[in-house]
Write a protein that binds this ligand. Structure first.
Ligand SMILES: [Zn+2]
Length: 403
């Protein structure tokens, strides 16, 4: 009896020996999933292994081969997906330089405050399409950026695959970013989308200070207008491109405050850069080293020891499953703590880079994010319209106090 006929003859010589032994006695019956086969028939032995394999189990073998290759590819950390991952070539190992570069830049931009909506727009404009040939959408960009594959780690259903020493297994493909960058970008995205998973803000702003500037006009009764000012395209006859104004009274504003856009943006940028620089220097001193490495190692060792004792029959099922959850929870908690530390450290390090020099290469959304991080609002006092000179003193930032 054999479960499967290919267990009988892995090599041609096996088949010959089997056939000889089988036919040494009369009246034996050979039966497989295709029915009864007459192994005594003339010429059957000449068909040999190849003939048998071809005629009897070709289709079955093909199915089995496909299944086996999928399984072993997954075990070895190779992609089983039908599509190449964005950023890599068809071999799934070598990088596609343009795509890889776009991913690298996007990761850095997101860590620095860019929104996924903005990255999506940039990728669409650059003409990138997904490996399935579709345009990038918010969700597909998010998936690309969250994938552990980017830093070389293997992931199965959202969990990092780890080796016997509990270290993440590194795949055979070229990495695009470092593990540290991956921890930072995933932490940034998860932090923002907490709960909803929806695009934040939704719309992409056209002007730097829309919604950040507030009208500082004081009414006769002493109250302040405080409406959010809107950005508008400036009239053709002025030398600047855009302006900010308090909405018309029919739209709920007072229409008293108007600021030319170029000089307002410059003045605010200068103030915010100075402020952020000061904060970054303070923050980079403040991330303490992670000191729970030994705890994590110990927790992993305990869990492993429990598993070993269970496998070797030293403890019963009941004891095993009663003790496992606590050990698992401990490992999970320490790992989350570690990821949090790595994210904080990466964030502090990227903040330490010279903000003034990197400001110029930041996108509008990134700049808006940085400004919003620094101020609650900026109050714009009326004045400076028409022939009057622009006066930066009429812009009053309301700074956020350090937490
Ligand atoms: Zn107003």
């Amino acid at each position: 009896m054999a479960v499967n006929d290919d267990r009988l003859y892995r090599r041609p010589s096996d088949w010959e020996r089997y056939l000889k032994a089988f036919t040494a006695h009369e009246d034996r019956v050979y039966h497989d999933s295709n029915g009864v086969q007459d192994l005594y028939a003339e010429g059957f032995e000449i068909k040999g292994l190849v003939g048998v394999a071809m005629s009897l189990s070709e289709t079955r073998k093909k199915q089995r081969r496909t299944r086996n290759s999928h399984r072993s590819r997954a075990i070895r950390g190779k992609s089983v997906a039908a599509w190449r991952p964005f950023g890599w070539d068809d071999d799934r190992v070598t990088l596609r330089p343009k795509e890889a570069e776009a991913i690298r830049k996007a990761v850095h931009d997101v860590i620095a405050g860019a929104s996924i909506s903005e990255i999506t727009r940039q990728w669409k404009e650059a003409g990138f399409i997904t490996s399935r040939g579709n345009l990038f959408q918010y969700q597909t960009v998010k998936q690309v950026l969250l994938n552990a594959r980017l830093c070389g780690y293997r992931e199965v259903r959202g969990e990092l695959v780890r080796d016997g020493d509990d270290q993440p297994i590194v795949g055979e493909w070229d990495a695009i970013i470092t593990p540290k960058e991956w921890y930072a970008v995933t932490a940034t995205i998860r932090e923002r989308g907490r709960g909803t998973g929806l695009p934040r803000g939704g719309l992409v702003h056209k002007y730097l200070l829309t919604g950040i500037l507030r009208c500082g006009h004081v009414f006769e009764d002493g109250t302040v207008c405080n409406n959010k000012m809107i950005g508008i395209k400036a009239n053709d006859w002025v030398r600047y491109e855009h302006a900010y104004m308090c909405k018309k009274t029919v739209d709920g504003g007072c229409n008293k405050t108007y600021k030319r856009g170029d000089k307002t943006d410059k003045a605010i940028e200068r103030l915010v850069i100075a402020k952020l620089k000061q904060e970054a220097e303070a923050a980079s001193q403040e991330v303490p080293e992670w000191n729970k490495g030994d705890d994590l190692e110990r927790a992993v060792r305990s869990r492993k020891a429990l598993e070993t004792r269970w496998h070797e029959g030293e403890i019963d099922d009941e004891t095993f499953f009663r003790n496992l959850p606590a050990l698992e929870a401990r490992v999970k908690e320490l790992r989350a703590d570690q990821a949090d530390y790595l994210a904080k450290k990466a964030a502090a390090e990227s903040a330490r880079e010279d903000i003034a020099t990197s400001w110029g290469s930041k996108t509008l959304t990134q700049r808006r994010e940085l400004i919003k991080k620094a101020v609650h609002a900026i109050v714009a006092l009326p004045g400076g319209k028409g022939n009057k000179a622009f006066d930066p003193e009429l812009l009053k930032p309301v700074w956020r106090s350090a937490e």
